[in-house]
Each structure stands twice: as structure tokens, then as C-alpha cells.
Design a binder for this molecule. Structure first.
Ligand SMILES: *[C@@H]1O[C@H](CO)[C@@H](O)[C@H](O)[C@H]1NC(C)=O
Length: 186
């Protein structure tokens, strides 16, 4: 038991390093009431994110579309080393009673990761949170501030961060995403 526990920790260290580990289980934030999936679809730009791992791509955006089978088609793109890169994924509502609790997977071999819409007005901003418990001992989480435009007023970003904090989500290491020069040719 002890040995397998150590093994699990060793295997997880690269994952943990790249992310923001916190002791204890995941927080249980409130999510957007009466979430309207249809209105959430479309193009969202990444304004800020947690964790503050060294940033790779810039101009990160995600385009959500409803598929006919009521799953969500997800296309994320970024510019990395002067090249536009896209990855495709699938989203689902994991719990019909909590439609703002989506799950997204970017590979057939990976399980759905939580993708919870904590708050959105559908037309300006969306706050997204993803947290995974590890052995109930600690958790790793991601958080994003998304917007329909490539930038947001500082006051809006501060208010968004405050919402995370009120939900016991630590966003001290949240970093702004680079959205400059994105509409030019590569
Ligand atoms: C988003 O995806 C839909 C469906 O694939 C497509 O019609 C639309 O052009 C895409 N929008 C952007 C901005 O990529």
C-alpha cells in the first residue's frame, strides 16, 4: 500500500509541477444557474488562466458548436512558433440537473475533464473552472476567464477574479493570456 502510494506520487509529479496543487479535495463552487448551453456556444477568447505555467501559445480561443447528437464540438486554437495549431474535442453535459457542469475531452483515450461554467452572461464573459481530486489528499485545478472579445476592461477581470476567490478558488497565480496581434497574418 505504502509503496504503491509513493509510486502514484512519483508518477504524478510531472503533472503536479505543471499545474497548481492545493492540499485537500476540490472546492465545490457554485455554477451558473439556469445555464443555457445554446447561448454559450460560439467563439470565446482566453483572457486569463490558471495555472501560471510558462506560457506556450498565444491568441488562444475556443469555438463551441452543438452537434446534432447534442454533444458539443470543441475546437481550440493557438498560435505557437508562428503556426496556427488546432485541437478538437468533445463536450457533454455530465449531469442534467447541473447543466453548467460540462465535461470536455480532447482525446478518445482520455476521460472527460470537468469544465464547469461558474458564471456567464453569454455575451461578454465566462468564468470556467476545472478541478480534479487526487486521492482526496490534494487537487489540481485550472481556471479561465473567457470573453467574446480579445480583451476585457481591468475592472471586469478584477471582478472575475473576485468571483473565483469567493468560491474558494486560489487565483493568485492567474496570468493574462496574450491576445495581441492575433488578427494579422502569421
Ligand atoms: C465555429 O465552428 C462553426 C462550426 O464548425 C463554424 O461554422 C464557425 O465558422 C466557427 N467559427 C470560428 C470563429 O472559427
Amino acid at each position: 500500500m505504502k509503496h504503491s502510494f509513493v509510486l502514484v506520487l512519483v508518477l504524478l509529479i510531472p503533472v503536479i509541477r505543471a499545474q497548481v496543487p492545493h492540499w485537500g479535495p476540490c472546492p465545490d463552487p457554485a455554477v451558473q444557474p439556469a445555464f443555457n448551453l445554446k447561448q454559450f456556444m460560439g467563439r470565446w477568447f482566453e483572457i486569463a488562466k490558471l495555472p501560471a505555467q510558462f506560457e506556450k501559445g498565444r491568441c488562444i480561443e475556443t469555438n463551441f458548436t452543438l452537434s446534432t447528437d447534442s454533444s458539443i464540438h470543441v475546437v481550440s486554437s493557438e498560435i505557437l512558433n508562428g503556426e496556427l495549431r488546432k485541437i478538437q474535442g468533445t463536450g457533454v453535459i455530465e449531469d442534467m440537473k447541473n447543466p453548467a457542469k460540462l465535461g470536455i475531452s480532447f482525446s478518445y483515450v482520455l476521460p472527460y475533464s470537468p469544465y464547469w461554467i461558474l458564471s456567464t452572461d453569454y455575451v461578454n464573459t465566462a468564468l470556467v473552472y476545472s478541478c480534479t481530486d487526487i486521492l482526496r489528499l490534494f487537487h489540481v485545478d485550472f481556471a479561465w476567464i473567457l470573453a467574446r472579445t480579445r480583451s476585457l476592461p481591468d475592472a471586469t477581470i478584477q471582478k472575475a477574479k473576485q468571483t473565483f476567490v469567493e468560491n474558494n478558488i486560489d487565483v493568485i497565480r492567474m496570468i493574462p493570456s496574450r491576445q495581441l496581434g492575433c488578427d494579422k497574418n502569421l
